[in-house]
Design a protein around this ligand. Structure first.
Ligand SMILES: O=C(CO)[C@H](O)[C@H](O)COP(=O)(O)O
Length: 261
């Protein structure tokens, strides 16, 4: 294990590796976005190369598409795949009900479409992503560029009636210019601190004209795979109510880390 891999990065790898075990030949798989999901794509790429794994991957961003293709994973569009067996993706926060905040990487619109079109969604995370109440991580809203400042004002006015603590909003920037998503939209980050009723907030935010999609995932995720830097991993399945404790041998996968260097 190279020294430069931090404990948090090892934890992300461990969750991604364990979750990739759910993928079998013939599956249509949603490929998430972010640093944890990138580990999962690398793990699948290794199995495609070394073990003859055959899957069709539906990426949730242009970044993930480029990574998957570079690793020899067959990439298809969601419309070509139509329905997916499984989506594996990261999250910014998850709670005990497996409600999520996603979109830290600005890809939550495609991520939500893909996860919702899947029989199962597995979230991969390190333990720091677990929260009692969602909201410490800013909630992303994807908004169309047209009239975004008016949309921002409408969002702020609407938040006054909602069960949240903070109400500041900020346009996400990429250097000096607004961040632009793969769909050509912008992101408003809502600094809410605490979201008392995520289901209600999600419904209300999506009704504001100009808002395309929010980063709350409610009743979408079925399983969370939490990795630790020492190789321990927990698999929690919300539908069966089971928690499985397992481990991943980090030394066995040194080649994957070496490839990164
Ligand atoms: O929702 C996402 C991207 O839109 C990511 O899954 C989320 O931001 C977690 O990222 P990371 O695995 O890098 O912590």
């Amino acid at each position: 294990m190279p020294a430069e891999l931090s404990p948090i990065e090892k934890a992300k790898f461990v969750s991604a590796k364990r979750a990739s075990d759910f993928v079998e030949t013939g599956m249509r798989v949603g490929l998430g976005t972010g640093s944890t999901a990138a580990w999962m794509v690398r793990c699948l790429g290794e199995r495609v190369k070394n073990d003859g794994l055959k899957i069709k991957g539906v990426p949730t961003s242009s970044r993930t598409a480029a990574l998957a293709q570079s690793l020899g994973i067959e990439v298809v569009t969601l419309d070509e795949a139509k329905w997916l067996d499984l989506t594996i993706d990261g999250a910014d926060e998850y709670d005990a009900d497996l409600s999520l905040i996603k979109g830290g990487g600005g890809a939550h619109l495609q991520e939500k479409v893909v996860a919702t079109a899947s029989d199962r969604m597995i979230v991969i995370a390190d333990a720091a992503k677990k929260v009692d109440t969602l909201g410490a991580f800013p909630l992303p809203l994807e908004v169309i560029p047209f009239g975004w400042q008016t949309t921002k004002t409408l969002v702020e006015e609407t938040l006054v009636g909602m069960d949240v603590l903070g109400r500041t909003t900020a346009l996400r920037m990429n250097g000096d210019a607004p961040f632009v998503t793969d769909e050509g939209n912008h992101i408003l980050d809502l600094h809410l601190e605490r979201i008392g009723n995520p289901r209600q907030l999600s419904l209300v935010m999506n009704q504001i004209p100009g808002v395309v999609e929010n980063g709350l995932f409610i009743d979408i995720c079925d399983v969370v795979v939490v990795g630790h830097g020492d190789g321990r991993v927990e698999v929690t399945d919300i539908s069966s109510g089971t928690v499985e404790h397992d481990s991943v041998d980090l030394m066995e996968h040194e080649n994957l880390f070496a490839d990164l260097g």
